[in-house]
Ligand binder design. Structure first.
Ligand SMILES: [Zn+2]
Ligand SMILES: [Zn+2]
Ligand SMILES: [Zn+2]
Length: 429
């Protein structure tokens, strides 16, 4: 039997074969690998260069082009980030600059750089609510229907072309129906109603009825065949209050993520007031609520597993609803620790944003907002009011990733103004 030697590394108790010792200079393989890793790291740190791709750029358009372009990964290069986010730059573009970005997207399409072109079009549509109809013929030509929101302002001829395409394009039908949901004009409403009365043959291949695709565009087809909006276009960001961000609103009473004094009947944990806000705020006025404040309360633990309904009294105080149905699965009580971190200090921004600002969850923006379109992580999911059995209206959302490095998941908030019931739904990737 070969005699084993002790590893020479201080504090290591491993023994090694003499042949290994010859290769590594007397230390065990794990110690050797760690030594090599440290050497490499030291080399990288010594030779790493800071590269500022924005150094000589002043125009917004040039800066955005650089931001969108993929960066070569090189451990020896550290890229300096630009002081403003992509969203902030898009919002501040002049009409002429936005037009240049639109033209640039078309140029990228012409050289088959589809994903970069789509990212630019999505940014124009979401952050600015710009009309990108000029790009639609090219997207259709290339069969690019993966971002249905891009088609929301389709002119009549394009809409008719898409309606007709649904009959034969088996591969893209699912996306094309989502596109129709986003267009949602009178021709689409009529078509959905017609399909409901007389389901087409291809409807059997879908998981839901064709008119259910309206939900993605923020509306539903009523039993009478009319469009009923489930979202409101007035949209304000919810942002963290700190030194860098003093643009938050103090004019309206608005509080977020406060702990309630009431406990969850299921897990006994204290409930959370996701928001408590004056109903006179411009983003809530359309609801015509009779109380002064609107509270949306949930259980941060159980709410991840079930829709949580709360009933509002005349002062807007929230009470656990008898309609709540305990789900079959809830995590063990012991695993549900209340966070020891104080909740972030949040408030509403002064200035409204595009209703589509956060509508595409996979983009880089912060998602927390009241009003606007939800950032669905999964499929659109509007809870049904347990009293009137109609879908509830979306009133806002809080994305835990916005305020916490380790946070994830979005709580979506809903209301039935008639029955004074709120609901929360939770989604995560
Ligand atoms: Zn060792
Ligand atoms: Zn609970
Ligand atoms: Zn109701």
């Amino acid at each position: 039997m070969t005699e084993r030697l002790p590893c020479k590394m201080e504090g290591c108790s491993a023994t090694i074969l003499p042949s290994t010792a010859t290769k590594t200079g007397g230390i065990c393989m794990p110690c050797y690998q760690e030594q090599e890793r440290k050497k490499q790291q030291a080399y990288i740190e010594k030779h790493r260069k800071m590269v500022n791709l924005y150094e000589n750029l002043t125009g917004h358009v040039e800066i955005l082009k650089v931001m969108h372009a993929p960066k070569k990964y090189d451990p020896l290069i550290q890229y300096v980030s630009y002081p403003l986010s992509m969203e902030q730059i898009y919002i501040s573009l002049s009409d002429q600059e936005a037009d240049s970005m639109m033209k640039y997207a078309l140029e990228l399409l012409a050289v088959n750089n589809e994903s970069e072109a789509e990212d630019i079009l999505l940014s124009l549509v979401c952050y600015r609510d710009d009309n990108v109809s000029d790009a639609l013929p090219e997207l259709i030509q290339r069969g690019l229907f993966y971002h249905p929101i891009l088609f929301k302002d389709s002119p009549q001829d394009i809409r008719d072309q898409l309606l007709e395409r649904i009959a034969w394009d088996d591969d893209n039908r699912n996306h094309l129906l989502l596109v129709l949901g986003w267009i949602g004009d009178s021709a689409v409403i009529d078509q959905f109603q017609q399909w409901r009365k007389q389901p087409p043959e291809w409807a059997e291949q879908l998981f839901v009825t064709p008119e259910t695709y309206a939900l993605d565009g923020g509306w539903e087809l009523t039993p009478e065949g009319e469009r009923r909006n489930l979202i409101n276009h007035v949209c304000y960001p919810i942002r963290q209050v700190n030194e860098q961000n003093n643009e938050v609103n103090i004019g309206y009473r608005a509080r977020f993520l406060e702990t309630s004094s009431a406990a969850c009947p299921w897990c006994k944990r204290k409930l959370t007031k996701l928001m408590d806000i004056a109903v006179s705020h411009p983003a809530l006025q359309y609801l015509n609520l009779s109380m002064e404040n609107l509270q949306v309360v949930t259980c941060e633990a159980c709410g991840c597993f079930s829709t949580i309904y709360m009933e509002l009294d005349n002062r807007g105080m929230s009470v656990w609803s008898q309609f709540n149905q305990k789900p079959d699965y809830l995590p063990d009580l012991e695993d549900v620790n209340s966070s020891t971190e104080p909740p972030p200090c949040l408030n509403l921004a002064h200035v409204p944003q595009s209703p589509y600002y956060a509508a595409v969850w996979t983009m880089s923006q912060l998602d927390s907002q009241i009003g606007g379109h939800p950032s669905w992580v999964q499929d659109a999911e509007y809870p049904v009011c347990p009293c009137c059995e109609r879908r509830m209206q979306y009133i806002g959302q809080i994305d835990y990733a916005d305020f916490d490095e380790y946070g994830e998941g979005i709580f979506y908030m809903f209301i039935c103004p008639k029955d004074k019931i709120t609901a929360t739904v939770y989604q995560q990737s």
